[in-house]
Design a protein around this ligand. Structure first.
Ligand SMILES: CC(C)(COP(=O)(O)OP(=O)(O)OC[C@H]1O[C@@H](n2cnc3c(N)ncnc32)[C@H](O)[C@@H]1OP(=O)(O)O)[C@@H](O)C(=O)NCCC(=O)NCCS
Length: 303
């Protein structure tokens, strides 16, 4: 048991099972079972979020989906357990979803509710969504309120240095490919071995942190953009050996800096092995300066 509630995290199947087994605690007597389909977790690609209470139970959840063609983040359902209301969880889930959607290239968030659901209308308006009613949206005589809000794109779209390469955060589906990519491309001396569990924990904790440069499903580059609310740290920067010296690292670092600036970071650091000359060059070229008045103090934690 921890003393604190969690921040929004990517929902897992066990969260979904817990939610559908306790819908009454979130929705009272309303029958909303039809809104809770496992596709939200299994198929829509890491776009469902939960906040857990101090006992590890789901306190609030948001099932969303990313519609890439429309650059849209769609919120299908959001609910806070009745005994957990009034603590800002709804807003926190929305903020986290907006950030997630922006990191996947979206510029708009949308949600839909019934005009009779006055609590939902008040909530969505209070978090800055613009409301408009569309008669017959759900069929003849069934109006709905459509909420929308712009979100600032996480990365200013600039031309990639290699044609057809896009930037996107890694999802759980990328874990095996990313581990393979690191074995091929990354600096690997003097550090703990990469593990899929560790990567999955990172993606669940901060889905926008592992940033990939991808072409045709192949990973050509990566950097982890770490932000803990205080410190900004870039690590695991690597570019595929066949694509080096074409500006991919510089491009990844520029996107990483945009994200960190938007989050409020005022300084970024990176650790580079003393023997890694290419590493030194790329960080210098991007404006980073070596500090000689600090050294790294490390204590490995035993199992
Ligand atoms: C370091 C690494 C990420 C650079 O990736 P990259 O895509 O080739 O870098 P870029 O093309 O964006 O280079 C940007 C600038 O960095 C400098 N640079 C990059 N690689 C260099 C090298 N091997 N020698 C000298 N300068 C280099 C240059 O100034 C370059 O600009 P230029 O090509 O216009 O001269 C890549 O070599 C790599 O993946 N190495 C193994 C993993 C690693 O060591 N990562 C760094 C961990 S701290």
């Amino acid at each position: 048991m921890s003393d604190m509630t969690s921040r929004p995290q990517i929902a897992r199947r066990q969260d979904f099972d817990e939610i559908v087994a306790s819908l009454g605690e979130f929705w009272g007597t309303r029958d909303v079972a039809h809104l809770h389909h496992p596709t939200a977790i299994e198929e829509f690609g890491d776009s469902a979020l939960v906040i857990r209470d101090r006992n590890g139970r789901v306190a609030a959840y948001l099932f969303g989906m990313i519609v890439s063609e429309k650059r849209l983040g769609y919120v299908h359902v959001v609910a806070v357990r009745t005994d957990q209301r009034g603590q800002g969880y709804g807003r926190e889930l929305y903020d986290a979803f907006c950030q997630l959607a922006a990191s996947r290239g979206c510029n708009k968030i949308k949600a839909i509710t019934s005009p009779t659901n006055s609590d939902s209308v008040a909530f969505h308006e209070s978090i800055g969504m613009h409301a408009s009613e569309i008669a017959d949206y759900s069929g003849p005589g069934r109006p709905r309120i459509i909420f929308s809000r712009e979100v600032a794109p996480a990365f200013v779209p600039v031309d990639p240095p290699v044609p057809d390469v896009i930037l996107r955060p890694a999802t759980r589906g990328d874990v095996a490919d990313l581990l393979r990519f690191w074995r091929l491309a990354a600096e690997d001396s003097d550090r703990p071995a990469d593990r899929s569990e560790a990567l999955e924990v990172l993606i669940a904790r901060d889905p926008a942190a592992p940033l990939l440069a991808v072409r045709d499903q192949s990973i050509l580059g990566c950097v982890i953009v770490g932000w803990d609310g205080w410190r900004a740290h870039l690590y695991r920067l690597a570019v595929h050996p066949d694509y080096r010296r074409r500006g991919l690292a510089r491009w990844l670092l520029a996107a990483a800096e945009q994200r960190l600036r938007a989050l409020g970071a005022i300084r970024i650091d990176a650790m580079v092995l003393d023997s890694n000359d290419a590493g030194h060059s790329v960080w210098s070229a991007a404006g980073y300066v070596r500090q000689d008045n600090w050294s790294r103090w490390v204590k490995p934690l035993a199992d």
